[in-house]
Design a protein around this ligand. Structure first.
Ligand SMILES: [Ca+2]
Ligand SMILES: [Ca+2]
Length: 249
């Protein structure tokens, strides 16, 4: 068994600063979607080089609906706007604040967005370990895309996000439905030097403070050198269900 209490406390601190409420949004006749992010990784854990077993986990995160590019981050560019806090400590709060500030400064409307931080069946914010899931719902219209960011819990600065700038929620007016796991990719935020996942002293569950670790001074890039880069479906599953198909179930 994993030391679950210690593990669960890791992101809870950061997540407390973020309210779980999504904004109310009057959108006329949109389609209601439910997104489920499920940790399907082996309950026995992943095995480090020294034999240590550690659980794959995903942190609380942020979701955004957008029509244009949302620019929560850009590949090949230095992380800013709260990406570092999300990628290093699983705290989406700074990203949310910055997103909302854009609307207030007249740089465009505040996009429909929210935070997922409370695992299904739990009462408070926590990361999801093996068997855990986050769920959230929203109403969207054709032309809209979904972005979501969540930290690879036992890394220094890795996170999952859509490969491209958002996942199209409609295809020729037809709502997206089913498994969208492979729309996501593992990125390295380029803000902290990597240690071996699951055992590094400066990673989520073990680090002394949310910013502990050696600076990388790099740019956001796909985490291609990670052995987890090609393991999406073995580790987690993302499904999206539009209301029309939910009615048939
Ligand atoms: Ca890194
Ligand atoms: Ca760190």
């Amino acid at each position: 068994m994993f030391k679950r209490t210690i593990f669960l406390s890791l992101f809870a601190l950061a997540a407390v600063f973020v309210s779980a409420s999504a904004q109310d949004h009057k959108m006329g006749k949109g389609t209601k979607f439910t997104v489920r992010i499920e940790n399907v990784s082996n309950a026995d854990g992943q095995v480090a080089k020294d034999g240590t077993k550690w659980p794959f986990a995903l942190s609380p995160g942020l979701w955004v609906l957008h029509k244009r590019e949302v620019r929560l981050f850009r590949e090949g560019v230095v992380a800013n706007g709260g990406l570092e806090e999300l990628a290093e400590s699983g705290n989406p709060g700074v990203l949310v604040k910055n997103l909302e500030a854009r609307g207030h400064s007249g740089m465009g409307d505040v996009m429909l967005h929210g935070v997922f931080n409370t695992p299904a069946g739990m009462n408070g914010p926590a990361p999801i370990g093996p068997g855990g899931a986050y769920e959230f719902s929203f109403t969207a219209e054709p032309g809209m895309r979904l972005s979501l960011l969540t930290m690879f819990g036992q890394s220094n600065d890795w996170f999952y996000a859509p490969k491209r700038q958002g996942v199209d929620l409609f295809n020729n007016g037809k709502p997206l439905s089913g498994d969208i796991t492979n729309e996501f990719m593992l990125f390295d935020a380029g803000t902290e030097k990597d240690e071996e996942p699951g055992v590094g002293a400066n990673q989520g569950p073990r680090q002394k403070d949310p910013n502990a670790g050696e600076a990388e001074n790099g740019k956001v890039h796909p985490a291609k050198t990670s052995m987890f880069f090609t393991k999406n479906g073995e580790l987690f599953k993302v499904t999206i269900t539009p209301e029309t198909s939910m009615a048939k179930m």
